[in-house]
Design a protein. Structure first.
Length: 133
């Protein structure tokens, strides 16, 4: 039997391939952080530790989804951007933006987050290439 995600993947591939005149950009899943940001901040004595602490609390939920979505993009000649790569490096996740937190809870961007991460998405080379084709 075919797994649920595999069947869904096949449906998405067919829908993308049937719309051959469209440029398709697939975005990966937004990184999710363990507890609410207020809980993360409660035990930090140095503001400079926030991004490093966020990286430690990042869950791995995005990995299988990013793998699936990047595979769909490759098989359909679509483009793919991992939001995880925009928000997190190997050591830090940029959740402290200036003096504001980029998330309102474990997985939703604040206004500051939407502005900061949205700008990063728009400025991403893949997005820019699609925009100028």
């Amino acid at each position: 039997t075919q797994s649920r995600s595999s069947a869904a993947s096949d449906v998405y591939k067919r829908q993308i391939k049937d719309n051959t005149n469209a440029e398709v950009l697939i975005l990966g899943r937004t990184p999710i952080f363990g507890p609410h940001p207020n809980i993360v901040l409660r035990n930090i004595s140095n503001v400079g530790q926030i991004n490093k602490k966020a990286n430690a609390l990042r869950t791995d939920y995005y990995k299988p989804m990013d793998t699936l979505l990047s595979g769909i993009a490759a098989e359909t000649s679509s483009s793919f951007i991992s939001k995880n790569e925009i928000i997190c490096s190997e050591e830090n996740c940029e959740i402290l933006i200036g003096s504001e937190i980029g998330y309102t809870d474990c997985c939703h961007w604040s206004i500051a987050g939407m502005d900061y991460y949205g700008t990063a998405l728009i400025e991403h080379p893949v997005f820019q290439t699609l925009l100028h084709e």
